[in-house]
Each structure stands twice: as structure tokens, then as C-alpha cells.
Ligand binder design. Sequence first.
Ligand code: OGA
Ligand code: MN
Length: 293
Amino acid sequence: MISVSPVKPDFVAVIGNVDLREPLNDDVFAEIDAAFNRYGVLVFHGQPLTEDQQNGFANRFGPLGYPIAPFRPENVERLARKESADISNVDEHGRVLPESDPRVLITRANALWHTDSTFKRTPAKMSMLCAQSVVPEGGETEFADMRAAWDALPESRRRGLEGLIAEHDYFHSRMKVGLDPATLTPERRALLPPVPQVFIRTHPTNGRKSLYLASHIRRIYGMSEADGQSLVQELVEHATQRQFVYAHQWAVDDVVLWDNRCTMHRGRPHDPSIPRVMRRATAMDVGPSVPEK
Ligand code: OGA
Ligand code: MN
């Protein structure tokens, strides 16, 4: 049996008594999966996973997602597998990237409250970070419980939100962190066209509803862009009040995974001259949140 130590009654649990380097038998995985569906964020300490071990574990949750990084220079990957996302501030030689490097854009965008890959038609179900180098101060990852945030809204407010559809666009969040619109070539645009996502999600395993928000939302259908943005801002502020948030302080070899169907997250600032090196694996959802015609 794994050990499950909840941090809050139904949000975030520390999991012990399991070695993620070994292939997990179905019973052990089922216990982890049940905790994932209940707590939304799982923390494992002391798990020095190789890239293959991480991807193998992530793959138990669903098909692996491939990062699309339109501003990364080609042929300078730090990581061996195309499925792995490089969440670091270092180059392929381990040197800290200068602010001018296009790879810094992802770190800056990750500092905004978001949900992973909602800019893809089929968004991410689960994301998993392995910490390889951590910073002594700052650099936490914060998670917000979007189910608790939904539950805390007055009934009258909730009624007006169900049924809304939002348009998510990768380049929208990148523009917010300083992407030069001139670099948004038609080729890059075609790589990641804007996509619709439901605004309120229902968790398939337990029926709990949650707000489905991200920095990638450009507009809400049927509303002016300004009205959509102020609604999103109001709800992000509501959902990220301290009582809904857990801040993870990283240690080397921590593995943290989260359910993108019911949580939002962001990375906190730190001294940019210190290496912070994380590797992410992502499992995709079963299909689009808005059915394809
Ligand atoms: C991510 C992400 C935040 C962080 O990897 O998806 O948003 O703290 N990371 O690195
Ligand atoms: Mn993210």
C-alpha cells in the first residue's frame, strides 16, 4: 500500500512508500490514480527519475503530449525525448540563459496563472515535474484548487457561468509576457490556432465541477473581448485566494504531478542567475472539452 498524507482535506497529498523508478503494478497505480482524482496534486519526495522512467510513469495516465515550442531554436534540445518539456532556465551546456533568449519566454509565461495545454484542442490531463536543480529562495510552484473555488461561488453566480465557452490561444499568453507580435509568422500561427474550451468542467471520476481558467483565454464567445477579460480576471482573483492555494517548495528529486482538469498553477519568481532545472511530462486528456463538429 502507498501512503497518502493529505495537505488539505481534499487538495494536495504527499505520497510515500512507492519507488517510481520501478514499473508499477496495476494495483499500486490504481491507488495513485485514485489519490490523483481526489486530491488534484500529488507530491513525491526522493524520486531521482530518468527521462524514460518519468515518461513511462506519466504514460500510465494517458497518451503523452508533445511540447510545441514555436520560439525554441532548432537542434539544441537538452533532453533526449521529444515528449519531454524542458522547464529550465539553462541551455544545452547547462549555462543560464540570457533574458534575450527566446527560451526564456516559457518561464515568463509560466509565471502567469494557467492550466497546461488548454491551447490545444485536446488539452492536458496530467502534468508532472521532476526537479533536478532547485533555487534556495523563491521558485515555488503554486497550485489553485478550482473545484473549491467553484464550490465557494454563490449559486446565482454559478448559474451564469455554466455553458460558457472560452477561446484559448497560446500566443495570447505569450503576448502578455512580451512576445513581439512581429515574430508571430503565419507558420507559427498555423502551428497553434485558437481553440474552444468549456469554461466550467465536470470531473469525469467524481462529478465535481471546477472553473477552467488559463492565461491563454483571449475571449469568451458571446461577449466583447473586454467583458470576457474582466470576467476571467475576476474569477482568477477569486480562485487564487490563499485558502484555495498550495505553494510547493521544491527539493531536488521531488516529483509533483497535477490534474489540469481541476487545478491551475504558476511558477514564482527567483534570482534568474541561478539555474532552476525541471523536466516535465504531460499526459493528454481523452478528447476535446468542446465536442468537434
Ligand atoms: C509547467 C509550469 C511552473 C514552474 O511546467 O507547466 O507551469 O514552477 N511550471 O516551473
Ligand atoms: Mn504549466
